[in-house]
Design a protein around this ligand. Structure first.
Ligand code: BGC
Length: 759
């Protein structure tokens, strides 16, 4: 009885997906569909399931290796045609070797799709994705993804597990470094730019690769920022905050999605029919395929959702997880489930069609070795043009957080500069997390970057070692909290200098997967070093290297100049030096709110007002913490420049509009300083009264504007009903009449505001 009840939804699911007339996310080619059907007719059930099976290469395991995962077994399965994809196989010779087995030794010769985590570059590394998001420069971000695609594809790879489009409000979560920050609008624009950058105009070209929007969904809302944790969120947050970037990726033509390790409201998302069938493949018309996260189908057993592998396979397949990443569940269970009549073969056919479709789209059936060209590999990887591209991206990603008395830019001559901090001559940490293909110690360090400027007297002192040993992708970073060797030398160097440049922050492997933290202050002995150096010399420029917002309250109160330089990849040192010396005027803006302390987290700009937003009655009964200001340290969208900007003349083309009217907004922006510069003009709205309460501000448009010193420009925006509505608690998008506020400025703490009415 219990079993029958459990199978009941299958009929429903089948009818809903097979009858789905939803618009397709990318155009389907009739000829291709015929070829797919033709192939399906020839395939045994084991071969079909094989297409749904992905194995890791024989190194770089990112999770627990499941039992039985021996290389011998993988080879055997490859030869039988029981493997549809490999991940983390890289390099033309390696890829050719596995592809050759699939194409030349299996019965049907179906090529493999070769996946890899190309997260912020392949060998030549761009800044970490969170840093790139700080540029708000969609063209630069797209270009960065296309450089990554060019290098990865030259190495035999044709599919990246990126972009990660998870919105997160929790700096404790290590994976915030992989995403675009806290905002669904900015996140959607960046998702689109990255998908287009990876996939290019022509997916059959040899320098483009299929993208994968991950992790579907709500992984960024893992409770308390703890890795692999539950996410328990309501429909309003799900539809208005979490899902928009995924939808944007689908609309941009992304070929694949990856689900995730978390559960959402009690259901591991790998087994969520609602997300994968109803929404993604139903309402959104997605016709690519969904891959599980690493063994996430298997992990439904630990979650307590599936009793064993057989049940996990059944749940995941029915729910719409098309490919099993290194989980050994489909390959072991799915064929039998079909033979037993538990899983309808139509579900398998649907999954396999989706996988084959992407393989056809990549042109793998025409030439399975198209990405395997040694000459191209040699010429493309590390190409000087790529270095120029990632340097450009790195400069654009830097955010100037503080610059009292114009301490920056540094004078180019006649100065004694003390460069201090173990991270300043580190060539590994600035590469950031998630850079499996890049060689260790290949970043230009800040020291090397500064040494390019020879007009000053530059002294380097490391100070205490912060991070002990050469941490790797798999290891916990070891922090030095006790050995102060080097502290005195650093202080002495500071005493003798005109200006101190102090490089502090996190190790590149303190963020990323498995790197959640409960402390957001400067780790190791760095706070002590900072205070000691400041005591010796007040002219301190603090350069931060980090992969998440940090709580740097003391620094903000005391240090005159602070530069957020994240982990900027291969060209880190050149980018930092060019900004410090003023050869590049910074224009980055924070894509995530910086808290005053960890207790404020989650803290984000688009919060709800609450019933008691202020202490107007002068007593304690209002929404706040009693031991810290309500505001963040640095708000979302914030960032300074070496010049200054003035906003004026905010105008709308009316005060009352009908739903469906275009609202035209104009604002005047003047560069009031003495340098040319760029400003990200940001437009926010607030829907004052709604059936489902709306945030105090929502970003709805932005533009990166370049202005010469003294120049004024008028910036125009148009808002339409898509910008003014929201998803209600049934997940339906609605636009309600009512009163709105509109704000424009250079951060989420905006300069100008006006009102309008929607009827
Ligand atoms: C991560 C994914 C990644 C996969 C393959 C997992 O642990 O969550 O984001 O793509 O490993 O490396």
């Amino acid at each position: 009885m219990k079993r029958l009840k459990k199978y009941a939804p299958l009929a429903l699911i089948l009818t809903s997906f097979l009858n789905s007339n939803a618009q397709q996310s990318f155009p389907m080619n009739k000829e291709t569909e015929q070829k797919i059907n033709h192939l399906l007719e020839k395939m045994t059930i084991e071969e079909k399931v094989g297409q749904m099976n992905q194995y890791n290469g024989f190194w770089d395991v990112t999770g627990p290796a499941p039992e039985g995962g021996s290389a011998e077994k993988k080879y055997e399965h490859l030869r039988k045609g029981w493997v549809g994809s490999m991940l983390t196989v890289r390099g033309v010779d390696q890829v050719r070797a596995v592809q050759k087995i699939a194409v030349e030794e299996t019965r049907l010769g179906i090529p493999l799709i070769i996946g890899f985590d190309v997260i912020h570059g392949y060998k030549t590394l761009s800044p970490i994705p969170l840093a790139e998001a700080a540029s708000w420069d969609l063209e630069a971000i797209k270009n960065s993804a296309s450089i990554a695609a060019a290098e990865a594809s030259a190495s035999g790879i044709n599919w990246t597990f990126g972009p990660m489009v998870d919105i997160s409000r929790d700096a404790r979560w290590g994976r915030v470094m992989e995403g675009a920050g806290e905002d669904p609008f900015l996140g959607s624009k960046i998702a689109e730019a990255r998908v287009k950058g990876f996939q290019g105009e022509d997916l059959t070209a040899t320098n483009t690769i299929a993208a994968c929007a991950k992790h579907f969904a709500a992984y960024g809302f893992a409770e308390a920022g703890k890795e692999y944790n539950t996410a328990d969120i309501g429909t309003s947050t799900l539809h208005n905050i979490v899902l928009p970037p995924f939808k944007a990726a689908v609309n941009a033509g992304v070929k694949t999605l990856m689900n995730s390790f978390n559960e959402l409201n009690g259901v591991p998302v790998t087994g969520s029919s609602y997300l994968q069938r109803d929404l993604l493949k139903g309402a959104w018309g997605f016709n690519g395929f969904v891959i599980s996260d690493w063994a996430s189908i298997n992990e439904m057993i630990s979650w307590g959702h599936a009793k064993d592998k057989r049940e996990a396979a059944r749940i995941a397949a029915i729910a719409g997880s098309d490919m099993d990443m290194e989980g050994y569940v489909y390959v072991e269970e799915l064929a039998q489930l079909v033979k037993d009549g538990v899983v309808d073969e139509k579900i398998i056919d649907d999954a396999v069609s989706r996988i084959l479709r992407v393989k056809f789209e990549l042109g793998l059936f025409d030439d399975p070795y198209k990405y395997c060209d040694e000459a191209r590999e040699k010429e493309t990887i590390g190409n000087p043009k790529h270095h120029e591209g990632v340097l450009d991206m790195a400069k654009k990603s830097i955010v100037l957080l503080k610059n009292e008395n114009n301490l920056l830019p540094l004078k180019k001559e006649g100065q004694k500069i003390a460069l201090i901090g173990a991270l300043a001559n580190d060539k590994n940490s600035p590469l950031g997390s998630w850079r499996i293909a890049a060689d260790n110690n290949t970043a230009i360090s800040v020291l090397e970057g500064m040494q390019q400027y020879t007009g000053n007297d530059l002294i380097f002192e490391k100070g205490p070692d912060c991070f002990i040993g050469n941490s790797t992708f798999l290891d916990e970073v070891i922090i030095n909290n006790s050995d102060k060797t080097g502290l005195d030398e650093a202080v002495n160097a500071a005493k003798k200098a005109d200006v101190v440049v102090l490089v502090l922050g996190e190790h590149g492997f303190q963020t990323g997967e498995g790197r959640s933290r409960t402390d957001l202050e400067l780790p190791a002995l760095q706070q002590e070093l900072l205070e000691a150096v400041y005591k010796a010399n007040k002219q301190v420029v603090l350069v931060l290297n980090n992969g998440r917002p940090l709580a740097i309250n003391w620094a903000d109160q005391n240090i005159p100049a602070i530069v957020e330089a994240w982990q900027l990849g291969t060209q880190t040192g050149h980018a930092v030096a060019q900004v410090l010396y003023g050869d590049y005027n910074p224009s980055g803006k924070l894509p995530m709110t910086f808290p005053r302390n960890v207790g404020q987290v989650p803290i984000y700009y688009n919060y709800k007002n609450t019933g008691r937003p202020t202490n107007k009655d002068n007593n304690v009964f209002w929404s706040h913490y009693s031991d810290v200001e309500k505001t963040p340290l640095y708000p979302f969208g914030f960032g300074l420049s070496y010049t200054t900007f003035e906003y004026s003349d905010l105008k709308l083309n009316g005060t009352a509009f009908k739903i469906g009217d275009d609202i035209k907004v104009s604002v005047s922006l003047k560069n009031t300083g003495t340098r040319d510069g760029k400003e990200v003009v940001q437009l926010y709205i607030r829907d004052l009264f709604a059936s489902v309460t709306r945030p105090v501000k929502e970003l709805k448009a932005f533009e990166l504007v370049e202005l010469k010193a003294g120049e004024t420009k008028t910036i125009h925006f148009t808002l339409n009903k898509e910008n003014l509505g929201f998803y209600n608690n049934n997940g339906t998008f609605i636009v309600e009449p009512g009163d709105f506020k509109l704000f424009v400025g250079g951060s989420s703490v905006t300069a100008l505001e006006t009102d309008f009415e929607l009827n």
